[in-house]
Ligand binder design. Structure first.
Ligand code: SF4
Length: 227
């Protein structure tokens, strides 16, 4: 159920199903679009046990739930974070698109009860228009991702932004840096650059959407600094 991975210098990962966005560069296939038909339900205790065992076997200090959008199962996720907290052995990297945390500050408040969680908010594009083009969501929802970072900082939750820059020009890069700095200077300083990796099904999905990345990497040639 859990797998190892080289990201973050080594992290144990469980994969979840379902997302509230429809990114054209998403690497998740059926688990995103048909979560009701894929996989099976595991309790928070079962998930934590599997990820912990994977982490201990490989000597990792970090764990995550990835593959889709882990914040969708709020109660389930919070219970896993309780288990992480009470064990005190690992840091949980919460990778999220931020939409739910941006739309409900109480989510950030609940996350603030945990000392062993770091949130990575992955922002899709550098403007309302890019966001909508890339995700299929309404342009104004772009702000929910920025609001997520604001809510997390307000509640004292460790976090940083990652920005999908594959489809943006220099102007977009500067624009998002300014918008992040308007929330807090640390967010602009810590902004992580994210680019598309051209797995075969991602290439297929991009072809169908008719949208081409300006910068993208073959999976076998991912630069060290993006890992
Ligand atoms: S937010 Fe992540 S999981 Fe959801 S569609 Fe976008 S890339 Fe896929």
């Amino acid at each position: 159920m859990a797998r190892g991975g080289r990201w973050y210098g080594g992290i144990a990962t469980a994969d979840c199903c379902g997302c509230n966005l429809r990114c054209v560069f998403c690497w998740s296939g059926a688990p995103r679009d048909h979560p009701d038909k894929i996989g099976k339900f595991y309790t928070p205790e079962q998930v934590y046990r599997a990820v912990k065992s994977c982490a201990l076997r490989r000597g990792y200090r970090q764990m995550r739930i990835s593959g889709n959008e882990p914040t969708i199962g709020r109660e389930h996720l919070l219970r896993i974070l309780e288990l992480v907290e009470s064990d005190g052995l690992f840091t949980f990297i919460l990778e999220t698109n931020g939409i739910l945390i941006g739309s409900d500050k109480s989510y950030a408040h609940e996350l603030s009860k945990f000392t062993r969680v770091h949130v990575r908010v992955s922002i899709k594009g550098t403007s309302e228009e890019e966001f909508s083009l890339l995700t299929g969501a309404m342009p104004e929802q772009f702000n929910l991702q920025l609001q997520a970072l604001k809510n997390l900082l307000d509640c004292g939750v460790s976090c940083h932004p990652a920005v999908m820059l594959s489809f943006s020009d220099r102007e977009g890069y500067e624009r998002i840096l300014h918008r992040l700095a308007d929330i807090d200077a640390s967010l602009a300083r810590e902004m992580e650059e994210e680019y598309v990796f051209m797995y075969p099904h991602v290439v297929e999905r991009l072809k169908r959407s008719g949208i081409s990345p300006r910068i993208a990497y073959e999976p076998s040639r991912i630069p060290e600094e993006l890992i």
